[in-house]
Design a protein around this ligand. Structure first.
Ligand code: G6P
Length: 608
């Protein structure tokens, strides 16, 4: 959803900004641009396509200066063209980059046009830079002009602003979109994500909603939305920087798929003993667990699918009602909140606009408490939730979520068991579940060993245009996740159905051109699922079955069988996810799509 970087230093900032943009490409990659302030004024390059296109421009015509701002775009208002790429200018001396959406841009645009401002782009962003230009006519101080302008904006933003006669500072601000300050030695930075600045610093200040920041080479001054100076703590980044390298892998996605045994261990670490779930993982206030009578889970995309699995676990293990809803729906309806309901958000990034809005709304609705299961400790979601359980997956760069999903499931399993224990789950059953969890990393490794076989299977999808995924019980959300992965990165249209629904419509689609991917768990639904497969086979459908060998499906004719390790049924959704990730990865590679940065998508969706 667009990424921004800004820098002020005693050295040329061009390289710092370009490297920052490359690291932010996961947020949007349809066009990019840089504006650099030097003693001759503000110069800029913009280019359509990935950051490499911008680098190519710098190779032909380098820009040199010690203050700059940069942007990688995910188009919202206006097509990905050079004219719509940021930075946007007012005159040739004031430049701005923006992440977010200005909802009242139309009336503001009309006002500015009436004052004689000419617009060069179709973006909502361009109104901000003209408004600042206009404010400077009565308030010559750039900082104050920016502060005055922000009061007129409705919507979400993180911005960076440079002006040609300001050689010792630039201004940035955030409200609704993420922005972090990177603190260096005689140089300071801002970016949408700390990953963008790890090549220059490991010290960060997380800005609060409404903060405006003035950055000089030696100082960072933060003003809250009342204009009062605020001290915000500096945090030191403690992830391994190598986590952002591809290592031996061709794509981040594959690297992240293979990291799953390790990160699932990290997610379990310190949260379970030999026999129990350690409720201290929810912080000092774990007393809330015994008061929960209902659970509302709210999330988007892949995280929503993780929530759907948790509904089965919570209702089954704890016997408590649990509802799951996509955040963009939840936030715009009147919600009935039963007494003592836990509000649980799921988000790999912790910055998804709809999920954050849902949390803010929920905080007004009288929930028991709010719990975020999230992968980014410094994210807005974590900071605004009463309780947090971190997934500890490390940075995930591939746009299609893999390790973030399986660690969300792991954290949800811990949470479900913890709630169940307070609702009568026996110590014996708790121990059995904890033992199963302890073996999870090993089973995930086993599942990965099917990689070479799945690669061969994937070849058969290269010419397909559609695919149907089937599952029952917890395998239904995993079928949804498998189909989402396939469409995200291979652009094959895929749908998922609860297998029992097949005969109520989708069976009409089945013919020899339609691959059917069936997730077959080894539980009491096995025979029912086998009947569903017969219905498909009878109509000539091409069956791809993921199951363990004891299901006996490996010997069936007309079935392409992929073995999944036989595990305790509670682990099945996590273990069955692995082969589906591998399948979509290999199909995408065969089709030659952009695996890590699929078209039109972004990793962190900070706009509605
Ligand atoms: C985007 C990403 C998805 C992700 C969804 C929700 O669409 O591409 O992978 O599932 O946002 O993101 P969150 O960070 O809230 O989990």
């Amino acid at each position: 959803m667009c990424g921004i970087v800004g820098a002020i230093a005693r050295r040329n900032v061009a390289k710092i900004l370009l490297e920052g943009l490359s690291r932010l490409e996961y947020r949007g990659y349809d066009s990019s641009g840089v504006a650099i302030n030097n003693l001759d004024g503000v110069s800029s390059h913009r280019a359509v396509g990935k950051v490499q296109a911008l680098r190519d421009k710098f190779a032909v015509e380098p820009l040199d200066g010690k203050i700059g701002i940069a942007h990688t775009r995910w188009a919202t208002h206006g097509k990905p063209t050079e004219a719509n790429a940021h930075p946007h200018f007012s005159g040739d001396d004031l430049a701005l980059v923006h992440n977010g959406i200005i909802e009242n841009h139309e009336p503001l645009r009309r006002e500015l046009k009436a004052k004689g401002y000419e617009f060069k782009s179709e973006t909502d962003t361009e109104v901000i830079v003209h408004l600042i230009h206009d404010a400077l006519k009565t308030e010559p101080d750039l900082l104050k002009a920016v502060q005055n302008t922000l009061t007129k904006l409705h919507g979400a933003f993180a911005i960076g602003v440079v002006k040609n006669d300001e050689n010792d500072r630039f201004i940035a601000a955030r409200k609704g979109s993420p922005l972090v300050v990177g603190v260096g030695i005689e140089e300071n930075f801002v970016a949408s994500d700390q990953l963008a600045l790890l090549h220059v610093t490991d010290q960060f200040i997380f800005l609060e909603e409404g903060d405006v920041v003035e950055l000089t080479r030696d100082q960072v001054t933060i003003f809250d939305d009342n204009g009062e100076v605020q001290e915000r703590p500096i945090s030191v980044f403690n992830h391994n920087v190598d986590a952002t390298d591809k290592g031996e892998f061709r794509h981040y996605m594959m690297k992240e798929i293979y990291e799953q045994p390790k990160v699932i261990s990290a997610c379990l670490d310190g949260r379970i003993s030999e026999t129990k779930v350690l409720t201290s993982c929810f912080g000092a206030e774990s007393g809330f667990l015994k008061d929960i009578e209902n659970v509302h889970i709210v999330a988007c995309g892949t995280s929503y699918h993780a929530g759907m699995v948790a509904k089965y676990w919570i209702e089954d293990l704890a016997g408590l009602p649990c509802s799951v809803e996509v955040a963009s729906e939840y936030r715009y309806r009147k919600v009935a909140v039963p007494k003592n309901t836990l509000f649980l958000t799921l988000s790999q990034s912790g910055e998804t606009a709809d999920t954050l809005a849902a949390l803010r709304m929920a905080k007004e609705l009288g929930y028991l408490t709010t719990l975020a299961i999230c992968n980014v400790p410094s994210s807005t979601l974590v900071r605004e939730s009463a309780l947090t359980l971190l997934t500890n997956a490390g940075p995930e760069i591939g746009v299609a979520s893999t390790k973030a999903f399986t660690t969300q499931l792991t954290a949800l399993l811990i949470t479900s068991v913890a709630i169940a224990v307070e609702n009568g789950l026996s110590a014996e059953k708790e121990q059995e579940l904890v033992q199963a969890m302890r073996s999870l990393p090993a089973y995930v490794s086993d599942a990965l060993s099917q990689d070479a076989h799945i690669k061969v299977v994937a070849d058969r999808f290269a010419n397909k245009h559609n695919a149907l995924f089937l599952g029952r019980g917890t395998m239904f959300p995993i079928a949804l996740e498998g189909s989402l992965k396939l469409k995200e990165i291979s652009y094959i249209h895929a749908e998922a159905y609860p297998a029992g629904e097949l005969k109520h419509g989708p069976l009409a689609l089945v013919d020899e051109d339609m691959p059917i991917i069936a997730l077959v768990p080894h539980n009491d639904m096995l025979d029912k699922l086998k009947s569903n497969l017969q219905e498909v086979a009878a109509r000539g459908g091409e069956l791809y079955v993921f199951a363990d060998k004891d299901t006996d499906l490996n010997n069936e004719e007309n079935i392409t069988f992929t073995e999944v390790p036989k595990v305790d049924s509670i682990l099945e959704p996590i273990v069955h996810t692995i082969p589906l990730q591998l399948l979509s990865y290999h199909v995408a590679v065969v089709k030659g799509t952009d695996v890590d940065q699929p078209r039109n998508l972004a990793k962190s969706v900070t706009v509605e």
